[in-house]
Design a protein around this ligand. Structure first.
Ligand SMILES: Nc1ncnc2c1ncn2[C@@H]1O[C@H](COP(=O)(O)OP(=O)(O)OP(=O)(O)O)[C@@H](O)[C@H]1O
Ligand SMILES: [Mg+2]
Length: 608
């Protein structure tokens, strides 16, 4: 028998000393100096601060001081602030269920005080004097200061050396502290933040007012590059149609696919003003990018979700970084749609529009840069109301409207086709200069969007319309391919493919989707069969559908080396202008680039 266990089982049950309880709580709440910074900032914001100053020494290990100009704490209340389970923020279960403050557990200061040397000085609103409380001795003495509170935390983890050992270098801890401030600063543009390290001012974000406050703060904190490569997002979902009351609202900035990064270090999600890391939210964002982002690239965004506090539980994690939504489906859908909508709007309009600004603001318009469109509030509308027919493939579509007067051609964002280069690129002229289009990539996107639209966005019972082949295309098939064709006949039909067994080792493609009528029938059939064989028939859901459609689009899209007439090229350009997400192919690569006259002049050393 295990002696340790038998001894332990004979020990009496005792209540833990208060200090130890706080230290245990601190183990959950305070992982590193940045956690203290976050807690103190939460408190300052809850106190209504407009200006917050953070001072750090040795990455926060030697000192973290957070000073605010908030409501302050009354003298007689100061000792309570350091008590466990003492809070001014909630007093009942119903308060907890609809909590609107950052803090509510009433344990942060007690926990921090149990593992560091703490002091709080404060002057409450309307009081003529200020007091300082020493967290160790409990001594209270008058001090001079203006309204607000300063909490000083020194020698973090001095009493828990095991914990201190886990800390990284000062520089790393400092970086985490600054990141903690950045997260809060992005949530509160109306509050000014200053960060000092080793006596030097290292970050300063002034408080921003007015309708552009958030945009200004995002620019200050994340840089103008983030803003230039992101689009505005503003989405409301009404709880009941017509009620006007939003059950979920999402706004912020979401980066274009080209702004994606190797690391997920610019993904900021806020729920009712609180920075969170949530699987539902990040999955929703990820899936909104599925169509336009390839490989392991990480999207960038700063997104703010507002939801009735009763519909989200914030009391699920000691550091409040996780939340639980009552209806996570609703939230997932809202976030996904919000991002999809924002990304879908073609950004081609900016090319034409940038013309106007070219003189004052030299900038190279580039696929994915939304700068002009954003500044001007301009959205793209197909030139002259010219709509490309939704049916028919490039070459059997009606030719582009022959309204190619100089004026009209220069107002088309993607310009007028000039030539085809090496069977791969289309060269076109717009008023800004030269446009180069990767014709396969661009056409692939157009076909894909068309297939998705036909099938209905949620993989419902809709079917792709079929076109029978005059002469069935037969090909030598593997046993797996034959078996898959038989087993998935239904799904194939829905995808507009009719593939029958011709002989034990031969399959015949009898019909293909009419939208892909000129595509490579056997190549498409084989690719779809391969994908289907890797899935359960019953799990060919939305995601699988999209992948299958992308595969089909790839086989149905115009191949390199296919000669196009100028008319066909122009048709493709006009289709791109009218297609959602046309700036990227299905794999996230750009479909077109602008080379401005300015750049061409520079190439030829033509001075201006
Ligand atoms: N900067 C501040 N200004 C004014 N009051 C403060 C400040 N910091 C703390 N307090 C007061 O001290 C109390 C205790 O703070 P503490 O952070 O320990 O708990 P809390 O914020 O209520 O909850 P949580 O543990 O979730 O943070 C607060 O409820 C608040 O009344
Ligand atoms: Mg708190």
């Amino acid at each position: 028998m295990n002696t340790a266990l038998s001894t332990a089982s004979r020990r009496p049950i005792l209540e833990l000393p208060s200090e130890l309880i706080s230290q245990i709580a601190a183990g959950e709440v305070v992982e590193r100096p940045a956690s203290v910074v976050r807690e103190l900032l939460d408190n300052a914001l809850d106190a209504g601060a407009r200006q917050i100053t953070i001072r750090l020494l040795a990455g926060g290990v030697r000192l973290i001081a957070v000073e605010d100009d908030g409501a302050g704490i009354l003298r007689e209340q100061l000792p309570m602030a350091l008590k466990r389970h003492a809070t001014s923020k909630i007093s009942s279960l119903s308060d907890l269920e609809s909590v609107g403050t950052m803090g509510f557990r009433g344990e942060a200061l007690a926990a921090i005080n149990s593992i560091a040397d703490c002091a709080i000085s404060s002057r409450a609103t309307g009081q003529s004097s200020a007091y300082l409380l020493d967290g160790r001795s409990g001594e209270l003495k008058p001090v001079a200061r203006s309204q607000g509170t300063t909490v000083e935390v020194k020698e973090l983890f001095f009493s828990t050396p095991a914990r201190r050992k886990f800390l990284k270098t000062d520089a790393t801890e400092l970086a985490h502290c600054v990141e903690a401030v950045r997260r809060q600063a992005l949530a509160r543009p109306d509050v000014g933040f200053c960060v000092w390290a080793e006596g030097k001012l290292i970050e300063q974000w002034r408080c921003c007012e007015g309708p552009q406050a958030l945009q200004q703060r995002l620019t200050d904190v994340l840089g103008s590059e983030f803003m230039e490569r992101s689009v505005l997002l503003n989405y409301r979902r009404e709880s009941e149609p017509g009620s006007g009351a939003a059950s979920v609202a999402v706004w912020g900035q979401v980066g274009t696919p080209e702004a994606a990064r190797a690391r997920a270090d610019q993904q900021f999600f806020y729920v009712n003003g609180r920075f969170v890391r949530d699987k539902v939210l990040s999955h929703a964002a990820r899936s909104a990018f599925e169509d336009v982002l390839h490989g392991q690239r990480q999207p960038v965004y700063a997104l703010y979700l507002e939801i009735d506090p009763r519909r989200v539980d914030v009391n699920v994690h000691p550091t409040k970084i996780e939340v639980r939504f009552r209806d996570s489906r609703e939230v997932h859908q809202a976030v996904r749609h919000a991002i999809e909508d924002a990304l879908a709007a073609p950004r081609l309009g900016q090319v034409a529009a940038a013309l106007v600004s070219e003189v004052e603001t030299p900038q190279i318009a580039e696929s994915g840069s939304s700068n002009y469109a954003r500044q001007s509030g301009m959205t793209f509308a197909p030139a002259h109301g010219h709509r490309v027919s939704d049916l028919g493939l490039l070459w059997n579509a009606s030719p582009a409207a022959p309204e190619s007067s100089e004026e009209t051609a220069s107002s088309w964002p993607l310009g007028r086709a000039l030539a085809q280069l090496q069977g791969v690129y289309i060269l076109a002229e717009n008023a800004q200069g030269l446009i180069v289009v990767d014709m396969h990539a661009a056409h692939e996107r157009i076909v894909y969007e068309r297939l998705k639209a036909q099938l209905g966005s949620h993989g419902g019972s809709a079917r792709l319309s079929m076109q029978q082949l005059l002469i069935p295309a037969t090909f030598a098939a593997t046993e797996t391919e034959v078996a898959t064709a038989e087993a998935h006949a239904e799904t194939l039909q829905a995808l507009g493919l009719e593939i029958t067994v011709f002989s034990a080792k031969t399959l015949a493609v009898r019909a293909i989707p009419s939208a892909l009528a000129k595509g490579d029938a056997t190549g498409m059939a084989r690719a779809v069969l391969t994908e289907l064989s890797e899935r359960e028939a019953s799990t060919v859901l939305q995601r699988a559908h999209d992948e299958l459609l992308a595969t089909m689009a790839c086989h149905g899209a115009v191949r390199a080396n296919r000669r196009l007439s100028l008319e066909e090229m122009n048709t493709l350009l006009r289709q791109m202008e009218a297609t959602d997400r046309a700036d990227q192919c299905n794999h996230g690569r750009p479909t077109w680039r602008q080379i401005s006259l300015r750049e061409l002049d520079a190439l030829f050393l033509r001075g201006r």
